[in-house]
Design a protein. Structure first.
Ligand code: ADP
Ligand code: GLC
Length: 489
């Protein structure tokens, strides 16, 4: 099959979270299955042009009632042999941020930037003389891809191409003022007709959900949860309506990047059979974060965007969060690596100065992320909701037992400790609150000190878990075939 991934992120070129990891790894896995898969990405300033090849000639893209011109560069996903095309447009993408900056968290011209990009995907294929069987779009920035395919490209060479739209996060919908509609170059009847309308505004995610031939999200549990008012973020009705076309396909783990036995970023490597390297990583982690070097204290780690989705309010909220009582009442150490909401960054800095057993590093670092995964005993992920979540899967592979809210992908990948039999791979709670985080961390710490044999068994079980992208890619293959059968019927 010819498959085009239309995406605003792909590792290592442009990444704000797991979307980038997921898209690149999926593209690589589909390539291994023999498909002609290619990726198209905006050329943000942060993408270094020096290793890329410029394609000759400009690319004309219909916008509003006219046309805009851009350039195209070609590169390759490192190690995966997948071509990546970069759409270059100085006014739209010649800036540092992907979606916004420190001063403007969501660029006001995002509807123009991403409608242009979505439309450019089709023009790129024309330029290449390559017709995808499937346009696979991801999250709100590419929500217009199915709309363009269905309406603007209805009678063209793409009329037999199917569209698949994947929700990586329903919490970000791309909602903008209706006044932006004319940039899209679509007739006004599509404002309602293509599901763009949302409480008098434009909703790019919603239009993708309404218009794509098939829908998916990144775990089976999340696929069910988003059809309920509690986690449907206002779109549960539409998702229930499209239920027959929606599947949950669990993400995998990139085992070249995340394997404790071969991980070059670590000071020592290890396996389930010999965990001595993990103990060395723990010492290195304590040193790196300026904590007392104690081999026998339970060390709790976190690597996260500091956003409400991740449960940081319940954990670090200044008046009521559970982090302070956890650090005061329990003989533990706690390290956090993250960046995001300003209040939370400030609070983490304050706590690092106040609590002797708590240290946070504000910023983004792949090396430190690997060290936290390897050197911690437990990995805390109290997400309010979690479409899939990659860090708990990394943790399992690194023998770092996850402490998680039983939601979305966390529920699908972690199994709860049973203190009679010793079974399970982590510690789970059912309702997010400061109290439930406190109690569940306390439970894990209790097991660490009192049920050493159980914990050793859980580590072995966790490290044996397989989260393979090849399995996910086969499920996407089926989804693509379904989508194609539906439109070619
Ligand atoms: P989300 O995409 O919602 O943030 P995921 O768990 O799917 O959550 O993916 C997060 C990805 O981003 C992981 O690869 C994680 O290691 C990485 N990450 C998040 N914050 C940081 C950070 N401060 N430093 C390094 N990596 C980070
Ligand atoms: C989103 C979700 C996360 C998921 C990732 C990759 O960022 O928040 O749960 O793992 O996308 O699909």
């Amino acid at each position: 099959m010819n498959i085009l991934m239309v995406t605003s992120e792909a590792a290592p070129f442009a990444k704000s979270g797991g979307l980038a990891d997921a898209v690149s790894a999926l593209a690589g896995a589909l390539k291994r299955l023999g498909h002609d898969v290619r990726v198209v990405l905006p050329r943000y300033y942060s993408v270094d042009k020096s290793g890329l090849e410029a394609l000759p000639g400009p690319l004309g893209v219909p916008m509003g009632s006219g046309e805009q011109w851009s350039g195209v560069y070609r590169g390759i996903l490192p190690g995966l042999d997948v071509p990546v095309y970069f759409i270059e447009h100085e006014a739209y993408f010649g800036r540092e941020g992907l979606y916004g900056s420190r001063s403007e968290s969501d660029y006001s011209d995002n509807p123009r930037r991403f409608s242009f990009f979505s439309r450019a995907a089709f023009q790129l294929c024309r330029k290449l003389g390559w017709v995808p069987d499937v346009f696979h779009a991801h999250d709100w920035p590419t929500g217009l891809v199915p709309v363009y395919r269905r309406f603007a490209e209805a009678g063209t060479e793409f009329s037999r191409s199917a569209t698949v739209f994947t929700i990586h996060n329903l919490g970000y919908q791309g909602v903008y003022a209706k006044e932006n509609f004319p940039y899209f170059g679509l007739p006004w009847e599509l404002y309602h007709g293509a599901g763009l309308e949302y409480h008098g505004a434009l909703n790019l995610l919603k239009t993708g959900l309404a218009s794509a031939d098939r829908l998916s999200t990144v775990s089976p549990s999340y696929a069910r949860e988003i059809q309920t008012p509690e986690l449907g973020q206002g779109l549960d009705g539409l998702l229930r309506h499209r239920s027959a076309d929606l599947v949950g396909i669990l993400n995998g783990v990139d085992t070249d990047e995340w394997n404790p036995a071969t991980d070059k970023r670590l000071p020592a490597r290890y396996s389930a059979a010999d965990l001595s390297g993990k103990a060395q990583c723990k010492t290195a982690l304590q040193k790196a974060f300026g904590l007392e070097e104690r081999p026998d204290v339970p060390l709790i780690g976190m690597v996260t965007r500091l956003a409400d989705q991740k449960g940081v309010g319940e954990l670090f909220g200044p008046a009521h969060g559970s982090a302070v009582p956890i650090c005061r009442d329990m003989d533990i150490q706690f390290v956090v690596l993250g960046s995001g909401d300003a209040w939370c960054e400030a609070e983490l800095r304050t706590l690092s100065g106040r609590l002797p057993n708590f240290r946070a590093r504000i910023g983004y670092s792949e090396d430190l992320a690997h060290l936290v995964e390897a050197g911690s005993d437990f990995f805390l992920m109290p997400s309010r909701y979690e479409p899939c979540g990659l860090n708990q899967m990394y943790s399992l592979r690194y023998g770092t037992l996850p402490i998680v809210h039983r939601t979305g992908g966390l529920a699908d990948t972690v199994s709860n400790y049973d203190q009679d039999s010793g079974s399970g791979t982590g510690f789970m709670f059912d309702h997010l609150s400061p109290r439930s985080i406190y109690d569940t961390v306390g439970w894990a710490v209790w097991a660490y000190y009192n049920k050493r044999e159980h914990v050793r068994g859980m580590i072995r079980r966790a490290m044996a878990q397989e989260f393979s992208w090849d399995r996910s890619a086969r499920e996407y293959e089926r989804l693509y075939s379904d989508a194609l059968a539906a439109i070619r019927r």
